[in-house]
Design a protein around this ligand. Sequence first.
Ligand code: MN
Length: 369
Amino acid sequence: MDRNEAGSIFTQFLDDLPNGKSTDIHILTDADADGLPAAALLVRSLHADGYTRVTAETRKKFENAWMPEVHARLKQRNPQALLLVDLGARPDELLPGIPTLLIDHHAPFGTPPGATLLTSYGTEPTATSGLLALWCAQAIAPDLANELQWLAGISLLSDLGDKAPFDDLAESKARFGATALKDLTALLNAPRRTAEGDATEALELLLRGASPKQILKSNDPALDALKTAKAEVSEALAVARKAPPRFSTKWTEELGADIIMVRIDTPCQVHPLVAQIWRPRFPKAVIFGVNVGFRPGFVHFAGRAPKGVNLVQFLRNHTPEGADGTFGGGHDQASGGALPVALWNPFVAMLGFGPELQVTESSQTALFA
Ligand SMILES: [Mn+2]
């Protein structure tokens, strides 16, 4: 997948739309600082190219694109075309009969019937959803795409870090300010990690903003909301990072690494950050942040693996019966899932962990009473 291929898949999809530029296009995107700029790039470039009826929303807390509740909400909008961005790809039906384009970079499980999948997965280096969206935007509104390159810069910084191997990151740092880009990225990632987990205002900022510096200097109330969200997440993380690591060597041979788990208990989505924080201490191990307080009745866990260790494959090989379709999604070195407590306990015992990782429903119920 490269710039040209992405552009031609995107324009082909647009050319086939039922009502041309009057088609009701709705975008559902991930709530992180990759999905948000990707959706902003798509909305703004489609508008610039004359598409008048384009709307976007972000995934809400606990949601994935294949939940019946999510489909019901999407149907209420009556879209004539659907863009699904940075939300993975599964072979299950989305909105039957509605032309659908998936723009994504995660390890796919399959493609929904009749849908088109624009994915960078399998291409090294792997472009983020935001960079794929920039390539799409360049194909239909090149001038605006050039002005909005910082949106792709944010997505690269957020998903791949400061050393992302794409020129667009270095260029947008030089053009729009490295510090501003970094500060805005951190703010955009905050709302989806809070207890409420709603990133709507973060998306709105990106639909309006001219540049990172302009956004950060603005009096926009949405910016204040992001700052409040960031403070909430920092507080939750300060507690979570004190939790001790636990160790298992039971699967070291198959996996190629020891497994470390850090159990935390917070409604905030900081378990991926906890995994990230422990990496430098144990660079050769797979580290999971395990959150027992994120969602009543469930355990959510996010893992990070060293280069050469395929965590997606390991998790898919060991998926407990009854797990939902998100188990083992993500990237080869960054994967995880969510399990109901009744499935979690035998799963984590199977991985070689003792009572310190077992969860009782009653302790959970007490938490949310
Ligand atoms: Mn992404």
